[in-house]
Ligand binder design. Structure first.
Ligand SMILES: Nc1ncnc2c1ncn2[C@@H]1O[C@H](COP(=O)(O)OP(=O)(O)OC[C@H]2O[C@@H]([n+]3cccc(C(=O)O)c3)[C@H](O)[C@@H]2O)[C@@H](O)[C@H]1O
Ligand SMILES: Nc1ncnc2c1ncn2[C@@H]1O[C@H](COP(=O)(O)OP(=O)(O)OP(=O)(O)O)[C@@H](O)[C@H]1O
Ligand SMILES: NC(=O)CC[C@H](N)C(=O)O
Length: 577
């Protein structure tokens, strides 16, 4: 007779892409822990043995074999009794490669293949896997488990098929990266499948940073009435036991932990910290170094680095030149001291003047211009890379999304570096996250409590200090407008005319659109950074570098207005923003 009670351990863990034996060992330890908790079954996330996303690495036969060998070792261990295991891996069968989820129990292996391969945004699964056939449930000790894999629940067909073929519950492994608003999106999708099928659902997600993606965990359990039966924390590992019983209405989860999973700005900050921490740890850097200018971008990056790694692994260097103000020196030092990190001052006058003297034979008789400004930034970039080479720390680069959008950064200068925690935060968001961190500290953060970004850094005008009395607003529109225009262009794909209709100046919008397009060459060479928004630069928004397309702006705007008048189409106004 089939069981009426079931205990499922949810292993929300942080695998490392490519570390098959490490992931295998993590799974083995989690199974032992699940066994101690009294679990019948332990569930891991999508592609756990490979790590997700392993990209083209999954195409290597040797890697596929290593994953399969690890799976077979784990399967053999289940022959000796103890909990069954649900675990993901790449699976080659009859010449095709599938994204598979395997049930290991009593020494045997049953697999199901992912049907809906995501191939948009940051996902390229059609490049790496074949779609599997519509699946039926697998039998675990008399219970029919539906195993849709991540994207399989984002449409209805797979779950419909599983329900029709007798699945009693849906156990969904995920490799679902964080972006703002994702938590609600996942709940809505999961609730839709529960409502359609009448089956309870476990949503188990990976946790941890992988290049520019952050997997935030935040796994959950929905009962068949769509009520939340369990919630795991965000951005941290957890092994949670869930207790299930089968009644007349089918299976219900009666006991599960109910953690707080942060949302909104708190979730953004936690994702940046986790993304930076895992990039540094998984690449085995002893620590990080960054240029501390006394400005907001480097201050927030320093706070995130200290929260991620602890103050003893973060090194700030002030690299002053003749335009560096006493205020910047004071602010940089206050920031470093407040965070408790190592702080050094290394003036750059000699290298800058050395470069200028060496270039003199070619530059004599020419005006001083942006060339000399960029030399300061490049001297700083060179010094930071030298410190990295000698001391082993990785350079954190600090360009925010507003700067990365319009190319307001020096290539091979302040763009030097290995990773950028604020790459996907607009400047206005950099300010608000700095303010947030001054009143709140994420769980597990290694930095101090209280104010970490000195008030003066939050209130003074941003400046690159590459010439006398320079401010960012000499070259760029005010950040409130710039960021709103950029959101329209990048996240919403609006026309220039539609942004103008929101109340922005036509020439400014056209200029921003042109800068955004021409800065693609810089972004293509930029360090990776944490994805926070729905559309980040890097894996997500992929534009050509050679690109002659320009939105016609005024002409298009006028044509649109004429069309609106002719058709009576309502126009968007500033009030719709
Ligand atoms: N399509 C293309 N493909 C490949 N390379 C291309 C290219 N177009 C230009 N280039 C190259 O790029 C060079 C121009 O780029 P780059 O050398 O970066 O110089 P550029 O973009 O002209 O200037 C850097 C800007 O960033 C600002 N900045 C710098 C540093 C810090 C901060 C701050 O916020 O603190 C701001 C600075 O005030 C200035 O407005 C060209 O001379 C050329 O070599
Ligand atoms: N004097 C400096 N000493 C050390 N690093 C510097 C200095 N000036 C600039 N940098 C580095 O170059 C980066 C880019 O400078 P930028 O002025 O855009 O940033 P910021 O100073 O942190 O913020 P803000 O733009 O708000 O002033 C800085 O974040 C910092 O890492
Ligand atoms: N691994 C996947 O299938 C991820 C796709 C999914 N829609 C998500 O982001 O959650």
């Amino acid at each position: 007779m089939a069981q009426k009670k079931l205990k499922i351990a949810l292993a929300q863990l942080n695998p490392i892409v490519g570390d098959v034996t490490g992931n295998e060992e993590k799974a083995r330890r989690a199974r032992a822990e699940a066994s101690r908790m009294g679990a019948d079954l332990v569930m891991f996330s999508e592609q756990f043995l490979a790590g997700y996303p392993a990209e083209d690495l999954v195409l290597k036969p040797a890697f596929q074999d290593a994953c399969r060998a690890a799976l077979e070792r784990l399967a053999r261990e289940t022959a000796e009794g103890g909990p069954g295991v649900l675990i993901g891996l790449p699976w080659r069968e009859e010449g095709a490669l599938y994204n598979a989820y395997a049930l290991l129990d009593g020494g045997t292996v049953s697999v199901r293949f992912k049907v809906d391969l995501p191939n948009y945004g940051v996902f390229d699964e059609k490049r790496n896997f074949e779609a599997g056939p519509l699946p039926g449930p697998v039998n675990f000790r008399g219970i029919r488990l539906g195993l849709p894999i991540c994207e399989d629940i984002w449409a209805g067909d797979v779950v419909e098929c599983l329900a029709e073929t007798g699945a009693e519950m849906l156990l969904v492994p995920n490799g679902s990266p964080y972006w703002r608003g994702k938590t609600e999106e996942r709940f809505n999708i999961a609730a839709a499948r529960v409502t359609e099928s009448g089956l309870p659902l476990v949503y188990l997600n990976q946790v941890g940073g992988q290049d520019e993606l952050v997997f935030d965990g935040a796994s959950f359990v929905l009962n068949a009435d769509c009520s939340l039966a369990g919630q795991l924390p965000a951005c941290e590992e957890a092994i949670a036991l869930t207790a299930w019983e089968k009644g007349d209405e089918g299976w219900a989860c009666l006991e599960a932990p109910m953690a707080l999973a942060e949302e909104g700005e708190e979730a953004d900050y936690a994702a940046c910290v986790l993304g930076l921490r895992d990039y540094v740890e998984k690449n085995r850097f002893p620590g990080v170094v960054l240029g501390l200018s006394g400005g907001i971008d480097s201050a927030l990056c320093a706070a995130m680095a200290v929260d991620a790694l602890g103050p003893e692994r973060v090194h700030g260097v002030m690299l002053p030149y003749r335009y560096t103000s006493p205020e910047s020196l004071r602010d940089a030092e206050a920031c470093a001291r407040g965070l408790g990190m190592r702080y050094d001052i290394l003036p750059i006058a000699e290298p800058v003047e050395g470069f200028e003297a060496a270039l003199q034979p070619l530059f004599a008789g020419r005006e001083r211009d942006i060339t000399e400004e960029n030399l300061q930034s490049r001297a700083r970039g060179t010094m930071l890379m030298a410190i990295s080479n000698k001391l082993g720390s990785m350079v954190v680069t600090t360009g925010n999304k507003s700067e990365m959008s319009v190319g307001y950064a020096t290539i091979y200068g302040d763009m030097n570096g290995g990773f950028n925690p604020i790459k996907d935060l607009y400047k206005t968001e950099v300010y608000s996250l700095a303010r947030l961190r001054n009143r709140w500290k994420p769980k597990g953060a290694l930095g101090p409590d209280g104010i970490v970004v000195p008030e003066n850094i939050l209130t003074k005008a941003p400046s690159a200090e590459l010439r006398e009395n320079q401010t960012d607003q000499d070259s760029l529109p005010p950040y409130e407008s710039l960021d709103a225009i950029l959101r329209g262009l990048v996240e919403e794909d609006l026309r220039v005319s539609e942004i103008v209709a929101r109340g922005y100046d036509l020439e400014t919008v056209k200029k921003v659109e042109r800068l955004l397009s021409t800065a693609e060459y810089k972004r293509r060479q930029a360090a990776p950074g944490v994805k926070v928004t729905r559309r980040n630069f890097g894996r997500d928004r992929r534009y050509p570098i050679v690109n002659r397309y320009r939105d016609q702006g005024l002409e298009a705007h006028r044509a649109d207005e004429a069309l609106d008048r002719a058709t009576g189409r309502p126009r968007m106004s500033g009030a719709d923003m």
